[in-house]
Each structure stands twice: as structure tokens, then as C-alpha cells.
Design a protein around this ligand. Sequence first.
Ligand code: SF4
Ligand code: SF4
Length: 247
Amino acid sequence: MGLTDDDIRLMPECVQPIEKETVFRFSCHKDLDCFTECCRLLELTLSPYDILRLRRATGLSSTAFLHQYVIVEDSAEEFFPQLFLTMLDDGRASCPFVSPNGCTIYPNRPGACRAYPLGRACKQLASGYSEEAFILVREPHCHGFSGEVHQTAEQYCSDQGLVIYNQFNDTIASLLKHPRIHARGPLEPEEKDLLMLLLYDIDRLRIELAGNRLTGLTPITTQYLLSQSDEDLLLWAVDWLKQRLFS
Ligand code: SF4
Ligand code: SF4
């Protein structure tokens, strides 16, 4: 996705636009003096796929996970509610999952944690293809840039297990950045409740489906949905919400 000259001009000095094929030097490991510094004093946005993975990592239901670990911000400026991980009140706003040995939920860590210090944006084109843009964030506290590993943005995404996160986030973006957002006006409270249920609270969604409490679904569809994996149920939810909210 082409970053415009204005996009680049407005970027802070520590942010460097790069191409997918640009080779950069970076490696993060336990011997660095900055180890886990990036797990404190941060605003960690959570996507629906992050919640799905974090719920698995913690062994909690999605309902309990949302209650225990998530702040939902619903401001007038944003069309959709935004979800953030609740940080500890320890004077350093540490992530609840950080330990002296690193991340305690490493295999299921959120997409933003995997990506740092890389940033990615993706735009769907009318042709059906998508365009990606990448940035590197060189913050002073992060000492990984003196590492010996050289890689492209594409290799970094693959090494960090980001490919599946990017696929889900791009699909979910087709709802959260829907072209009709501004034309249709703000969501009603019951529409927001439905969105929270379908995108973020998969265990409660299964309970609602089993009780036939979602309107507009036949019993056969409901049974079919209940037999699907969490991932497939999330993909169905994105499509169903697009139809309910924007058609
Ligand atoms: S989830 Fe893991 S990697 Fe992400 S901020 Fe928390 S401890 Fe760090
Ligand atoms: S090198 Fe950067 S990403 Fe790795 S622990 Fe240090 S601050 Fe975090």
C-alpha cells in the first residue's frame, strides 16, 4: 500500500517506512539489557483473533477472559469499540503476562507483540488484491537493532508466526474498516452488544446459539455453526455482521 508523502512526513523520527523486501538487522533475546522492557508502559490493542488465542493460553472462557483482562473503550470518535489488555498497577504498567523469563503465554502472544518493532498495514483493492505497507519503529529503549540477524519484513512476519494473525486481521478489517461505515451512522447499543458477542466472546456466542437466541438463523444453520471450530465461527461472524450492519 503506498504510504503517501503526507503519511511519511507526519511519522515520528523513530518510525522508518520500509518495503516488504527491505533487509533489516534485528534480533530479540534474553541476554539483552532491554529484555521485557517493551512489555511495560504500553497500550496493547487486542483483535478478535488475539482474544481467541489468549483465551486458549489462559484456559479461561472468553467471557471470563474479557472480564479479567480486558478494558473496552467505547468513545464517540470511534465507530467500533476498541479492546485493550489491562496492565498491572505496579508502577510500570507491566503486562499481566510478563515474567523475569519473558512472556508466559509466548506461543499465544498477541499479534502486536509478535510484530514489534515492525508495523504493518494492509489495504484491500477494488481488484480483489491487497497491498501491504511496513514500518520499523526504532525506539531508544529497544536494543535489538544491534543484533546479528538480518531479515526482510516478510521473513520476520513468518518467523514470528504472524502470517495467520495477519490473515485473520485482514479479514476482520473488511468489517471494522467497512466502506459504508460513515454512510450508515453510529451503531445502536444493541448492535454494539451483538458485535462484542460475535467477535470477542465466542463461548457466550456458543451458549446463545445453543439456546436459539440469535435471530435470523434456521435450526440447521445453528447446528452447523455449533459444529464449527472457533476460527471458522469467527470468520462466519465477520461475514454475518457485515450483512447485518451494512446491507
Ligand atoms: S503478551 Fe507477552 S509479549 Fe506481549 S506484552 Fe505481554 S508479556 Fe510481553
Ligand atoms: S530487543 Fe526490543 S523487542 Fe526485544 S526485549 Fe528488547 S525492547 Fe523488547
